[in-house]
Design a binder for this molecule. Structure first.
Ligand code: HGY
Ligand code: MN
Ligand code: MN
Length: 418
């Protein structure tokens, strides 16, 4: 017999043993080489993880649909069939040297919320829908947070399907190959609210001895792909003063990006994560280099300033080294403020359950960053050990995971009955 929301639902809590077991089993679908995960978007490993998630959702009585970006939506009906749903989502794809919890904690905690409601026979007025967004990481197909961006109308479906990995395979081909090319048009769903539970991927919560992060904002993010074209030449016989050394110019730019970010602390970052050198031969000066610059900042003015300074430096250093340059903007979003009413509910839920909590700005990007454009959106953070993430040693504790998942449960319950 199901009961609508009643006073005792405030004491309902998730089953951490079941959630932890699901996290461990999901990790086995795409193991890394050092205890973490390598389940990159639309690989055979991602396919295994998706199938396992769908199996669990069906066991929990959810109906699963797939949209044209391969995003999965697992729905638990509410008592009001006309009511827009409460969405709880994140991503199952990982970095090549990823951890077990980045993204996965949010998707499987959404499932744990449903499993808990089922255990207690609790029905809600609004449907509850768990989403697994395709290609959040952006490591195989850039840019990151791709499917949520298409859902939010930022990129077209054609653009997204045409993106190629480093082997020249398109995202659309992989969706078709694996059978995840759904028929549901992307972005037609109306969300009453979107919640994302995620690991912090930084050191603040742990250092401040907080168990729950109330995420009020997300840093802006800009991804640039820079190509420098110099002249290949002999490393031995070419005088130092007669070189057009694209590799050296890149090194100077990498250093300049770091200096610019350091000059704009706190809450700013500048990094270069991907480098390609041509011809990449030990005794040939690089003729061409292609590298990515990742800029982050929480304050819009600071963010814009850093982006401008970085572009100026690329131009200045390229000229100084006699190399040609081109800059392609791969992905870009301004700093985001999440829904204040929802962060208020999250903060109160943490307070009511006596979880030490604090407001925090997300350094990393998330699908919530884009969904905030089309629905009231908020995030909950779980601390992670040493702030380490995008590293196979990424670690959280069951106590931490449980706290945020309980806050997610109570927040979803409240939103699902308004
Ligand atoms: O890049 C990011 O911040 C996220 O991991 N996609
Ligand atoms: Mn993530
Ligand atoms: Mn990530």
């Amino acid at each position: 017999m199901s009961t609508a929301l009643s006073a005792n639902t405030e004491t309902v809590r998730i089953n951490i043993d079941r959630l932890w077991d699901s996290l461990e089993k999901m990790a086995e679908t795409g193991p890394g080489i050092a205890g973490g995960c390598n389940r990159q978007a639309l690989t055979d490993e991602d396919d295994k993880g998706r199938k396992l998630f769908v199996e669990w959702c069906q066991q929990a009585g959810l109906s699963v649909t797939v949209d044209q970006m391969g995003t999965l939506f697992a729905s638990r009906p509410g008592s009001d069939p006309q009511a827009a749903g409460i969405y709880i989502g994140s991503h199952l794809d990982t970095q090549p040297t990823g951890g077990k919890y980045d993204g996965v904690l949010g998707v499987l905690s959404g499932l744990e919320v449903v499993r808990t409601l089922n255990d207690h026979g609790i029905s809600t007025q609004r449907p509850i829908v768990i989403s697994n967004w395709t290609n959040e990481e952006g490591s195989r197909f850039a840019p990151s947070m791709l499917a949520s961006a298409v859902f939010a109308g930022v990129y077209s479906l054609e653009y997204a399907h045409g993106l190629k990995d480093q082997a020249g395979i398109t995202l659309g081909q992989e969706l078709t190959r694996l059978g995840w090319l759904g028929s549901e048009p992307v972005g037609k769903r109306t969300m009453h609210a979107y919640l994302e539970y995620h690991i912090e991927q930084g050191p603040i919560l742990e250092a401040q001895h907080k168990t729950v992060g109330v995420v009020t904002h997300c840093q802006g993010q800009s991804w640039l792909e820079v190509t420098l074209t110099g002249r290949s030449a002999h490393t031995g016989s070419t005088p130092m003063t007669m070189r057009a050394n694209a590799g050296l110019a890149m090194a100077r730019i990498i250093d300049a990006v770091d200096h610019i970010a350091m000059a704009h602390q706190p809450n700013a970052a500048g990094s270069v994560g991907q480098i390609k050198v041509y011809p990449n031969s030990r005794n040939v000066l690089p003729a061409k280099v292609i590298f990515t610059i990742d800029i982050r900042a929480a304050d819009k003015h600071k963010f814009d300033r850093i982006c401008t300074l970085v572009r100026d430096k690329i131009r200045e250093i390229s000229h100084a080294h006699g190399v040609a340059f081109s800059i392609e903007k791969i992905g870009h979003y301004d700093p985001v403020e999440f829904d204040a009413d929802m962060t208020g509910i999250i903060r109160q839920a943490a307070e009511d359950m006596n979880y030490p909590h604090m407001d925090i700005t997300s350094g990393a990007g998330h699908d919530a960053t884009w969904i905030a454009r089309v629905a009231p959106t908020a995030m909950i953070f779980c601390p992670c050990v040493g702030g380490v993430s995008h590293n196979e040693s990424e670690a959280i504790s069951p106590e931490w995971a449980q706290a945020g998942a309980n806050v997610l449960l109570q927040t979803a319950l409240q939103l699902a009955n308004t």
